[in-house]
Design a protein around this ligand. Structure first.
Ligand code: G3P
Ligand code: MG
Length: 245
């Protein structure tokens, strides 16, 4: 049986400030076998891991990532909003995360945030970084912007892609096949358990997000999902150890 991927959402976002190095490190300690993170690009073309397009929510300043250099982004604390203990945490670069996991088996789900800001050329840059680390087989690129996924497949057919969506799409595995995607990263309530088998039959797997309740995780595992994206990888680790899967 293929191993279920325990994807830590933004690192262990339930326990540490999201998308920081301490959050990623904690996720691995809690048994995560995958890490989901969000990729944006600075004014000087550096790839950084932060969910929002601005530093308002996690950095406490109204500045856009696209308008700042990497050095400027790095000058802001994005840990203390979560808890004073994490003051001094900064926005990580993609390179920092790849360095952290390069000698492990961790799967990395890079979500390209090409929704509000388009970041021209971000797909090629991300793939270049992944190839530099020789991590093509351990990366899944996802996005709500499916043009980004098609672009990634054009550049790197060997890298898996995942379609992010929130709606009740009809037989989304057919759409996945059409655009050459490998996985469906469905909002947890957009996934109809009875349909997981049909998707699998078509060669497309489900990785629903963001599932934080153990009971919900259990139901999705029973439905046959290939992985779960969660803020609490410890809960999924516990469940998987009990189920012996
Ligand atoms: O990739 C799954 C999930 O992270 C998508 O939504 O807003 O948390 O990035 P969001
Ligand atoms: Mg995300």
């Amino acid at each position: 049986m293929t191993e279920i991927i325990n994807f830590a959402h933004r690192g262990a976002a339930g326990h540490r400030p999201e998308n920081t190095m301490v959050s990623f490190a904690r996720a691995l300690e809690l048994g995560a076998t995958g890490i989901e993170t969000d990729v944006q690009m600075t004014k000087d073309g550096e790839l950084v891991l932060i969910h929002d397009e601005t530093l308002d929510r996690t950095g406490g300043v109204s500045l856009w990532i696209k308008d700042l250099t990497l050095a400027e982004v790095k000058s802001h604390d994005v840990g203390s909003w979560f808890h004073e203990d994490y003051r001094g945490e900064t926005v990580p670069t993609l390179q920092q995360l790849l360095e952290l996991v390069k000698d492990t088996d961790t799967i990395v789900n890079l979500e390209l945030k090409t929704g509000v800001v388009m970041y021209p050329g971000i797909e090629a840059k991300v793939i270049e970084a992944v190839r530099r680390f020789g991590m093509e087989k351990r990366i899944i690129i996802s996005s709500f912007n499916h043009y980004s996924l098609v672009e990634c497949k054009k550049i790197a057919p060997e890298i898996r892609t995942g379609i992010l969506y929130m709606e009740g799409l009809y037989e989304p595995w057919n759409y996945a096949k059409q655009i050459g995607a490998d996985a469906l990263h469905a909002y947890k309530y957009a996934l109809i358990p009875e349909l997981v088998a049909a998707a699998k039959q078509a060669g497309v797997v489900y990785h629903p997000f963001t599932v934080n309740e153990s009971e919900h995780m259990k139901a999705l595992l029973q439905a046959g999902v290939a992985g779960i994206i969660t803020d609490y990888p410890d809960r999924l680790t516990e469940l998987l150890s009990k189920q012996g899967v």
